[in-house]
Ligand binder design. Structure first.
Ligand SMILES: [Zn+2]
Ligand SMILES: [Zn+2]
Length: 339
């Protein structure tokens, strides 16, 4: 079994563990799934040397799962979790292959944070990491002002960030940094930045972050208004859920997805393992409503860019074909779509 395939199994196990409220074990599986993608160890050799536990973060439990994968190509643990979580129809199907994304045509991530808000790295470091992954573009989408705890950006800091990004784009070759924002959707569906500020950006992601437990009818109005906003390109993590700890917003998903499809507003699959939002189930509904998707990492550090590798199986499980995922577009095509 290739490390990529094994990683897909571990990523799905982590996803299901989170739903059971076992965030601790979920994170351990996610860490090893990431490690397998990054380091590509020879699992068969490690297995025959009885040395799977020499991999960083691999204890006896994960080693057992890896050993079974190498020996049989299956994971009875994953199959059991799927049944426990009522995913019986997938119980004995193999996870979808998840990597390498760029060879599959993925050209750039449209949702990433930097130290301008709550990210841990500079714009340049994030761009270099994206370039190392072979991307053609990376959108820097820091938070809007309302989220004061993360130092969200108002119009003035956005203008300063634009100057820095313009300069970085002159220095870098082979990758383009897009300037975006992850703007908050206010309770009434308006956005947390004035139109002029939004108009100057390359990408506008509108995300619900607060008051997610609004009554569904009001939440539907709120989301519809955001989708209807002329500057919104993408709805970020559309429910705000955190599997295992926070149920996402409830609203008339079908109505919102249909409106988004009509307006050409893209629905995000946020691949942060703590989010996975849209879920495979809601992504399927959005696909049937005619939506396009953006498959993003929501990375807050360079190594988190690989969340998209770990999350792509949700799009596959939802039956979303690659031509519906905008990250497969070339930069020129993307710009044309958003003109
Ligand atoms: Zn967010
Ligand atoms: Zn974000």
């Amino acid at each position: 079994m290739s490390p990529d395939q094994a990683s897909a199994y571990l990523a799905e196990i982590a996803y299901l563990l989170r739903h059971q409220g076992d965030g601790y074990r979920a994170r351990a599986f996610t860490r090893v799934a990431s490690l397998l993608l990054r380091e590509r160890p020879d699992l068969a050799a490690l297995r025959s040397a009885n040395a799977l536990e020499s991999l960083p973060g691999v204890g006896s439990g994960i080693a057992r799962t890896l050993a079974e994968l190498v020996d049989t190509g299956r994971s009875s643990y994953l199959e059991r979790l799927r049944v426990d979580l009522n995913q019986a129809e997938h119980a004995d199907s193999a996870p979808f292959e998840i990597s390498p994304l760029v060879e599959m045509g993925y050209r750039g991530d449209l949702h990433a944070h930097t130290d301008w808000s709550d990210g841990g790295a500079t714009v340049i470091d994030m761009a270099r990491a994206a370039q190392a992954r072979g991307y053609e573009y990376l959108a820097v989408t820091d938070h809007s002002p309302r989220i004061t705890v993360v130092n969200g950006l108002g119009p003035e800091r956005l203008a300063a960030q634009r100057r820095l990004i313009d300069q970085a784009n002159q220095e870098l070759t082979g990758i383009t940094i897009l300037q975006g924002i992850e703007v908050d959707i206010n309770e009434d569906g308006s956005l947390d930045l004035p139109d002029e500020a939004l108009a100057a950006l390359d990408v506008v992601i509108a995300s619900p972050h607060v008051k997610l437990r609004m009554e569904p009818a009001a939440m539907t109005e709120r989301m519809l208004r955001a989708v209807d906003h002329p500057h919104v390109d993408v709805i970020g993590h559309p429910t705000g859920r955190r599997p295992g700890s926070r149920a996402g917003a409830q609203y008339d998903f079908e109505a919102v997805f249909r409106c988004a499809a009509e307006r050409g507003v893209v629905m995000e699959i946020d691949c942060d393992p703590a989010r996975m939002d849209l879920s495979p189930e809601l992504a399927r509904l959005a696909a049937s409503a005619g939506c396009l998707f953006s498959l993003d990492s929501d990375a807050h550090a360079p190594d988190q860019l690989l969340y998209v590798d770990l999350g792509i199986w949700t799009a596959r499980r939802a039956g979303v074909s690659q031509d519906r995922i905008i990250n497969w577009l070339r930069l020129a095509e993307l710009k044309e779509m958003w003109q």
